[in-house]
Write a protein that binds this ligand. Structure first.
Ligand SMILES: *Cc1c(COP(=O)(O)O)cnc(C)c1O
Length: 395
């Protein structure tokens, strides 16, 4: 049998398959040398050449790896992009996007940003002359007034963490396009099953694949999907030049996780909807933050731009103290107290002392992130058990 290698340039037709089929088949081919149906873990650093410079498309594994290429093609198809580039973490992926900028350039982003993304912009890229602005992206006048000649990137996260605010992607991307500003949407909380920003006008989609894409709390990996090939080429250049590549085993685990993305996401969203309704009626709870409620701000935008309302929700207590929150946090048995999200198992967290501890209390309170706020990442367990667990913990 002639030895054929993966054709990493083969264009994957993205119009013929539905999402549920793409998660399993897009970018995946039987292994050319053996017919293995699952993409092998190409645990190799280099590839033997037939003659100097005469190779099969793979020279050195920082630059190309077949397991990684399969994952990149799969992700590009899921987000309806032309290309995808994978990195060793979500923040490494963001780091590459920010390296598209030059000293003097400015970024506009939301003030409800993931803490690590905020830190990368403020404590790292500011030193290279790149200036971030964090504003309420729902304030259209403020957004228009913040844009100037130096604005080169708008970085958006929706739904936001941990208050689940919804931003209007279509409006923001259209406005950015008019001003020749790049847009990158952090789609970690929604996943492409619920929301596909490129279809709404975005240039790039960012993922912490650590969360829903890999989906089993066993891998750290990041990705950027690009609307056009040229941007993809630039990011592949940065991936190779700076070197923050994911290992082949992590790419394999992510590919494996993605095959059930639609099933996991659907179940987690259905569970979240029931849990949100249960919490809303509970007498000890003050407010539940969940975009699926008809009276939640921007509910109609969520309904338009997402296929479901997601599997993250937060709530605060009538007794709005850290002590009251701790009692609940200590009493759950199925919900594990941990940072992160998007795995098959349900997690519970306390943003004020965990993910958002570095934000000054005054700033936290200003955005509604109060002392008793509790965040849930809803998993795919039986919803009755999850509700029972919360009922008990709430006392
Ligand atoms: C976790 C997360 C990140 C960072 O990703 P890592 O894989 O941990 O580097 C970025 N954005 C959001 C919204 C996240 O939840």
């Amino acid at each position: 049998m002639p030895l054929v290698v993966y054709d990493k340039n083969k264009h994957f037709s993205r119009t013929i398959m539905k999402f549920e089929t793409k998660v399993i088949h897009a970018g995946i081919e039987p292994d050319p040398s053996t017919g293995a149906i699952m993409t092998p873990i190409y645990q190799t650093s280099t590839y033997v050449q037939d003659a100097p410079g005469k190779h099969k498309g793979y020279e050195y594994a920082r630059t190309q790896n077949p397991t990684r290429s399969a994952l990149e093609k799969n992700l590009a198809a899921l987000e309806n992009g032309e290309d995808a580039v994978c990195f060793s973490s979500g923040l490494a992926a963001m780091d590459a996007v920010l390296k598209l900028l030059k000293p003097g350039d400015e970024i506009i982003s939301t003030f409800e940003l993931y803490g690590g993304s905020y830190r990368l912009m403020v404590e790292v890229f500011s030193h290279y002359g790149i200036k971030p602005h964090f504003i309420d992206l729902n304030d259209k006048a403020l957004l228009r007034n913040t844009i100037n000649e130096q604005t080169k990137l708008i970085w958006v996260e929706t739904p936001t963490n941990p208050l689940l605010s919804i931003l209007d992607l279509k409006y923001i991307c259209n406005l950015a396009q008019k001003h020749n500003i790049l847009t990158c949407i952090d789609n970690t909380f929604a996943s492409p099953y619920l929301q596909r920003p490129i279809d709404l006008g975005a240039d790039m989609v960012h993922h912490s694949a650590t969360k829903y894409l890999a989906g089993h709390s066993d891998v750290i990996l990041g990705a950027v999907v690009c609307k056009d090939k040229k941007m993809g080429d630039q990011l592949h250049f940065l991936q190779n030049a700076s070197g923050a590549i994911p290992g082949p085993q992590d790419c394999f685990l992510t590919l494996r996780g993605i095959k059930t993305l639609h099933l996991r996401m659907q179940r987690a969203c259905d569970n979240a909807m029931e849990i949100a309704a249960f919490l809303k009626k509970h007498k000890r709870i003050n407010k539940v933050f969940y975009p699926g409620f008809k009276d939640f701000p921007n509910h109609l935008i969520a309904k338009r731009q997402m296929a479901h309302y997601g599997a993250m929700l937060s709530f605060n207590l009538k007794t709005d103290t850290k002590r009251a929150a701790n009692k609940v946090l200590n009493r759950t048995e199925i919900f594990s107290l941990a940072e992160s999200l998007g795995g098959v198992e349900s997690l519970i967290g306390h943003p004020a002392s965990m993910t958002h501890a570095s934000i000054p209390k005054k700033d936290r309170l200003a955005i509604g992130l109060t002392d008793s706020l509790i965040r849930l990442s809803i998993g795919i367990e039986h919803v009755d058990d999850l509700i029972q667990d919360l009922k008990k913990a709430l006392g």
